[in-house]
Design a protein. Structure first.
Length: 180
């Protein structure tokens, strides 16, 4: 069994299993909860946003087969926004998403970003737990029902992990987001 990370784009045919599985998962978890088919979210961003020097798109391959992936794009001059962190459903709970997350963090840091920002859906508790367990600060009140937010924002200072003072503007960008 050989795993490798591939830097590529969402247009790469090897990315299609990731995109297809995400579409199915989003549709299953959310349907049209947000006012449109959940799979539409995947079409929201042009592929070039995930290309260097401002972005990245990674696939995790096992023996040449796509088993995971993730991406980031520029959010602002010091912040990259993570998108599409995913692992194949039958291979979850093996640390693959954490590996992808670490790869994305390293690339974002090398590309000059100081912070990472992301949102995940309220019906994805395993993703929220991954981010919390990986040192991301919840930019919302974790005592409230996550459905009250819809999208759950998280942030991480790459230079000083654990510091949250550099994340306050990200917290302020979300109405109703308060210290968690």
């Amino acid at each position: 069994m050989t795993d490798s990370i591939l830097d590529t784009t969402p247009l790469d045919p090897r990315a299609q299993p990731l995109i297809a599985a995400l579409t199915i998962e989003y549709e299953r978890r959310y349907g049209d909860y947000f006012g449109e088919p959940a799979g539409q979210e995947l079409l929201r961003y042009p592929a070039e946003l995930f290309a260097p020097p401002h972005g990245a798109f990674l696939l995790l391959l096992r023996n040449g087969e796509t088993i995971g992936g993730g991406a980031f794009k520029r959010y602002d001059g010091q912040t990259a926004e993570l998108k599409r962190v995913w692992t194949r459903a039958d291979l979850r709970r093996q640390g693959l998403a954490r590996r992808i997350l670490l790869e994305l963090e390293a690339r974002a840091s090398r590309q000059g970003y100081r912070r990472l920002y992301l949102t995940t859906g309220f019906r994805q508790p395993e993703a929220a737990n991954l981010y919390l367990d990986s040192g991301y600060a919840a930019l919302f009140d974790t005592r409230l029902d996550p459905e009250a937010y819809g999208h759950l924002p998280f942030g991480k200072d790459l230079r000083e992990p654990g510091q949250t003072s550099a994340l306050e503007d990200l917290r302020a960008a979300h109405p109703g987001a308060v210290a968690g």
